[in-house]
Design a protein around this ligand. Sequence first.
Ligand SMILES: NC(=O)c1ccc[n+]([C@@H]2O[C@H](COP(=O)([O-])OP(=O)(O)OC[C@H]3O[C@@H](n4cnc5c(N)ncnc54)[C@H](O)[C@@H]3O)[C@@H](O)[C@H]2O)c1
Length: 337
Amino acid sequence: MTDSNQIKLGIIGLGNITQLNHLPLLSKNKEVTISAVADINRNTLKNITSKFGIEKSFLDYREMIKMVDLDAVIIATPTISHKVIALDCIEAGLNIFVEKPVAKSREEAKVISSAAIKHKVLAMVGMNMRYRPDVMMLKSIINSGDLGDPYLVKAHWHRTQSSAGKWFSNKEEAGGGVILDLGIAILDLSLWMLNFPEIISVSTANHFIDNKVLEDSSVSFIRAVPNSVISMETSWVHSSNEDSFIFEIYCSKGKASLNPFKITKIIDGQTVELTPFKQENSRKLYEKSFVNELNHFIGAIKGLNPVLSSAVEAVSRMGVIESMYKSASAKSEIGYK
Ligand SMILES: NC(=O)c1ccc[n+]([C@@H]2O[C@H](COP(=O)([O-])OP(=O)(O)OC[C@H]3O[C@@H](n4cnc5c(N)ncnc54)[C@H](O)[C@@H]3O)[C@@H](O)[C@H]2O)c1
């Protein structure tokens, strides 16, 4: 039964991320009701609606947004379709949550963000890493200034491509390779930790080891004002048996890292470890990041909190991503405007 205070949600795209995270978590969330779902795959639609007891389902999302009374939609389809779906939903007056990357290009991101402003709806982009409990703690410690001024972020994510052979490997559908899959998430984490510094220049080298069309390994060096640096590496091909994720932030009075979460601070010339709480395993952190992220979106719809990771932010993040591709093609460092 629907409670009148519940947020009425529609979900578009019932693939991997929706089945793994959005649907299991949202179906347990008392603040929302999943009013309808849409997917172009008839079998997926049938299986998912019966598994989660969802009454209304559509092969065409446009029918769903026309026929069902909704407050918001979650868009979790391949990247190529994000712009059109997002615009249709925004123009129907719906708040949107779009999975990352917001779209294939900065230009498309701009169109989505401008439309959301024009139609006065919320547009949030999935950046679940920001909502990991250890990341939230780290962010508040960096913001407190206790570790001094951050000057270097080292971010590294090597992971076997989870959707090898699917649309992720197709340039037309994905828009890019490992940069748009893994790179965008650690770039966002780095920029967010540094409070979105002004970028000065970008230098990227891309490699095409197994995939001859899309980069499957990438290394970047990003300079920011006043004198901070983001050094990041991503790869789909060097993960051996285990994924490897490193995030370290170096500050004038200390250093912090994730996986495992560790903080060290220089006090009276001594390096002291200040790691504040017991470690949670990666699986738990991953799951909590989605719980927190979705709660944040629901809170924003209810007017309880502002949107973090808005489509407006996504425009500048896509700008940095495009500079990474330009630098890789030019084989040189390029200035960023
Ligand atoms: N935040 C994360 O950690 C994370 C992880 C994986 C994927 N993602 C993102 O989530 C999105 C979906 O990725 P996925 O791995 O679930 O892909 P997927 O291929 O597993 O699922 C996509 C689903 O969308 C459906 N679909 C395609 N076009 C559609 C349309 N026009 N209307 C309705 N349904 C349509 C497909 O039939 C499929 O069921 C992508 O943007 C991806 O980058 C985010």
